[in-house]
Design a protein around this ligand. Sequence first.
Ligand code: GLV
Length: 322
Amino acid sequence: MKPRLLVARAIFPEVLERLAQHFELITNQDDESWTAAQLLQRLQGAWGIFTMAGERIDAALLAACPALKICANMAVGYNNFDLDAMTAAGVLATNTPDVLTETTADFGFALLMATARRITEGERLLRRGEWTKWRYDMLAGADIHASTLGILGMGRIGQGIARRGALGFGMQVIYHNRSRLDAETEGQCRARYVSKAELLRDADHLVLVLPYSASSHHAIAAAELAQMKPSATLVNIARGGIVDDAALAAALRAGQLAGAGLDVFEGEPAVHPDLLTLPNVVLTPHIASASRPTRLAMANLAADNLIAFHTQGRALTPLNRV
Ligand code: GLV
């Protein structure tokens, strides 16, 4: 008998077909938003769940789902998982690292450039019919080439952004991370390790790529924003909650910062109303990994983890040991 797998969100039909060869599927191709109670109800008797980083897997859910053996996230971030609770319950957790690194780094750079060079602000002005003549200072932004790129969180995606900045745009790259990279990796990224205070003080463009956890909650709040250059831009492609969005809106309004590019938000898909009213913010709906080939690769890796765990007893990219 095939084990039961809950695929909690809509997913590529071809990936669903692969999964159907191994599992009895409960699907959600209409992509309905389930409450926690509805999720729990559908998970009854399930061996595994395919999640998309929005489904919270915690001790209470695990206690109510004793048959559950694996949760496969189609995301590199896994702050929706209580990993300790999962390990204690003997439930394997997996994510999708590597396959999205370059696509996400591309997007971080796109957001940086759009923000610094005021691209969406210019497009809105043009669409409103307000472009009536050329003016010497119209939408004059900040340079990217030869400026200082700061990166907070120097994992694989941070390193990809560093390489783009250093090798493609001749930027000086500085970074801060929980632990310093080895000398060889620093050399490949042409990146210099600095304290968080130096990073905030010296970056012309600061990109956030650190994982969300209790310790990174509001890592960038009013006190940190006050240390940045008034000409600086801030880019968040990591997770909502790392930036205090209300404090960011206030800092932007007060001219403490030139602009922000945001792909993730506290309480998304809701966006802080003040951010929506500011012209110098580029807003995108959590799409940093959203190229078609990369999203398909992420879905296939999540599926591979489920299939490998079922057929061989071990996953390709596990987050815990059970
Ligand atoms: C997307 O946000 C991811 O973590 O993969």
